[in-house]
Design a protein around this ligand. Sequence first.
Ligand code: GLN
Length: 446
Amino acid sequence: SILDRIKEVEPKVDSYITITEEEALNRAKEIDEKIKAGEEVSVLAGIPMAVKDNICTDGVKTTCASKMLENFVPPYDATVVKKLNAAGAIMVGKTNMDEFAMGSSTENSYLKKTKNPWDLNKVPGGSSGGSAAAVAAGQAFYALGSDTGGSVKQPAALTGLVGLRPTYGRISRYGLIAFGSSLDQVGIFTKDVTDCAIVLRELAGKDKMDGTSAEVEVADYEKHLDKDMSNIKIGIPKEYFVEGIDADVKKAVLDGVEKLKELGATVKEVSLPHTDSAIATYYVLAPSEASSNLARFDGIRYGYRAEGYDSLEGLYTKTRTEGFGDEVKRRIMIGTYALSAGYYDAYYKKALKVRTLIKKDFVDAFEDVDVIIAPTAPNVAFNIGEKTSDPMAMYMEDACTIPSCLAGVPGMSIPCGFKDGLPIGMQIIGNYFDEATMLKVAHAFE
Ligand code: GLN
């Protein structure tokens, strides 16, 4: 039925870059036989899901929505894919995204434009817009995305889904094609919080293939999903309810907080004083890391290679000129500049210091509260084409999601209302490795 649904809506929504119909049907048969033979299987066995196209899948194209990797077929599975395969999940396809996960609308894809299933003239958010659209349009029951500065939370908000970004280190990054390694995390899109808890449990945990994955116990998240809010302290950061955030969005989020109060939670104002510096900090650090990570796409080792070069340097230059899109080039240039000898101290090193201050904001706030609640995005989904010629307007889409990503704390978005028929997202930010409390608070709305 999922494959039928894909056939029906994919021509309108364009969620997928690759659809793995044959493989999916074969897998389904395999799992069906296992179940019939009485084998014990995971609760995820047989459930169709989708994977963002920057997560490596053995034998299945993984393009990063870039000309550079348009025909790249990885020889191995990312750890998250391996884990889901072992649980009997059925991957139905690889989803569209902003090229190399750089963007907030999925319009930076080299391959296609994904539409928001709620209104086909609107963007689904980004960079994991294909994964969000696929779940919102019923083309998969859940999907994996990646989140560097908001790429799971923001598209979840714009498409009315639950989207979770874990604590940095909670889920292995092995096989996730690197953008900003100190920020990148695999995230999850689902239709409800229970599904999200189940998938997180399957993915979380230390992986010997990723040195930054953390040795911290994984809870049975589903068991924490009760409605008792009497021990929960909620922080409302005053810096997130300022000018620039739409009035209806503010109201929907604060109405949600009222509901938690009715369920017994206590609410207090908190301050995250360095919020204002987060975008500037992110747009020094993420491009710096990207400029280094993307150096590997040189036309030699894998991916696209230009024709008609006359020297080794010419090969590099021509390949990268032809293989990368504008936003990727913009980031590589910013990052290379910020890391260069004369500017390193003024930009990169300074940004690292500010990042520490932003992190301290969260550490201090979590002394007093269990979760922090704020809008996910400044507004609902915007028109396709509306912000493509203005990178700064696009960067501002992540004003509410970037600070917690820099801090490394977990965050999620859940639907909390509508404006003009489009979903509004509420952001719930948790303390380090306390996804359980964050999920519990999110679940109170179901
Ligand atoms: N929109 C932000 C950017 O363009 C975040 C992207 C992401 O989280 N991958 O960098």
